[in-house]
Design a protein around this ligand. Sequence first.
Ligand code: NAD
Length: 487
Amino acid sequence: MSPSFDPSSIQFEPTHYIGGKKITGSGDIAVSRPSDGEVVADCPIAGLDLVDQAVETARGALKTSGWSGCHPRDRVRALAAWADLVEAHGEELGKIEAVPSTRLISEVVKGEIPVIAEQIRFFGELADKEGGVLAPTADTELGLISHEPYGVIGAITPWNFPMSMAVWKLAPALAAGNAVVLKPSEMTPFSVVLLAQLAEKAGLPEGLINIVQGDGPTTGTALTAHPGIGKVSFTGSTRAGAAISENVARTGLKPVTLELGGKSPQVVFADAEFDKTVDLIVRGILPNAGQFCVSGSRLLVEDTIAERFIEAVALRMQNIRPGPTWDAQTTYSPIISEQQCNRIDTIVQQTIAEGAEVVCGGARIERAGHFYAPTILGNVTQTSAAVLQEVFGPVLTVQTFSSEAEALALADHPEYGLCAGVHTQNMSRAIRMARGIQAGTVWVNRYGRSRDHIMPSGGYKSSGIGKDLGREAYLGAMRSKSILIDL
Ligand code: NAD
C-alpha cells in the first residue's frame, strides 16, 4: 500500500506547458482539494493567443522532429521509455494527482499507474505493427489504402481520472505520428504537466505534447475551433460534447471523437452467482464515489431474488471508510466539488419527492470536504429523475423485472448507451441480452474493464461517437488515403 502523506508537502505550480517549457499565466479558477475544500492554486486560462501558440508549436515540432515520418520503431522505443518513466515516477505522479482530485493515493499508485504505463506501451507497440491494406483491384492497377496522421490533435479531458483520460488521448495520437495540444479539466490541471515532462525526458521531441490550461468556454472553444487542429478528441459530459460538435460545425469542419456520459444498467437474473454478483454491483458504483463514466448506476434485478439481493448490496455499500485522498486508509472518495455534491443531492431529493424509497444513504456525509453517502433508491420508474439523468455520484437506482423481455426493455435508456452488465449462468440468455442491449460495451458476469487494452471503449446513442482504447483508437488517430496506380 502507498504511504499516507502530508498534502501541504506538495507544491502546485499552475502552468501551461508549450514547447517543453512551463508558461505561467493569469486566471482565477480556484483549484481546491475535494477532501477538505482548501484551495491549492489558481488555474490559468489560455486565451486565443496561447492556444494559437500551442498549435503552432505542435506543428513546428512535427516538422523539425520528423515524428510522423520517422521509422515507426523509433516511436515504439520512445513510448516504451515514457511508460518506464511513468512507472518509475508513480508515487510522485500519484501525489500530484490525488490532492486536488477524488482519486485515492492507494488506488492511483498501485492500480492506475501500472495500467497507464501498459496502455502507453500498448499503443506504442502498434506503431510498427498496424499497417495499411493492399486493395483487391484488377491486375492492371495497384490499390493501396494507407493511414496518415492528422497532424495536430486537439484533446480535451475531464477531471474524474485526469491522467488516465489524458493517456487515452495522448498514447494513440503520438504512436500514430501526431502531435497533441491537450486541455485538461480546469479542476485537475497539474498531473498532466509532469506526464508531458516525462515524455520528453524519455526522448519524445519537445513540442509534441503541449498543454493549455483553462475552462471550456474560453480555452476549449478556442482549441476546437482552431484551423491548425486536424481532429478533436474529447472525453466529458454529453452537454459539452454537443457544444463542441456545434462549435466545430460552425468554425470549420473536422472529425470529432466524443466519449460522453452514461447511465449503465446492471441486469441480475435469479440464477446469477449471488455473492460474486453482489460484489460486482457494489464495485460497479462505489469506486471514485460513483464518479466514473461506466458506473453501473441502474440495478435491474429479477423479482424472485430482489429483496434478498438488494439487502445484501445495501449492507455492503455501507462498508466504507471516507477520508482524504492522501490517507492510505481511505476507501471512499470525496465528490469533486461543492457544486457537484449539491447537484447529486438535488437529483436524489427530486427522485424521493417523485415517490422513490430510500434503501440507504440519501444525504451528504457530514465531515470536511464534499462527501455523499452511498445511496440506493428503490421504487423508481424509467422516468424518475435519478434513472433518467447521469448523477455522476454514488447513487444506485433499483428496478425489478420478471422476464428476459422486460429486463431488456428496462436496460434500454432513452439517451445513453455506454455499457451494461449482465449476470446469469445461462450463456444463451447472456448472449441474447448482450446482443440486444444498445450499448458500446456489455460485460457478462463481470463489471468493468480488464487490462485487455485491445478492447475498445465508447458509447452508443448520446454516450458518444468513436472509440478510445483498442486498435480503433489507434486507427482513429489517422485518416485513410486511397492510392490507385495504373500499371
Ligand atoms: P465536462 O464536460 O464538464 O468537462 C470535460 C472537459 O471539457 C473539461 O476539460 C472542460 O473544461 C471541457 N469543456 C467543457 N465545455 C466545453 C466546451 N464548450 N468546449 C470545449 N471544452 C469544454 O465533464 P466533467 O464534469 O469534467 O466530467 C464528467 C463527465 O465526463 C461525465 O459526464 C462522464 O460520464 C464523462 N466521462 C466520459 C468518459 C467516457 O469514456 N465515455 C470517461 C470519463 C468521463
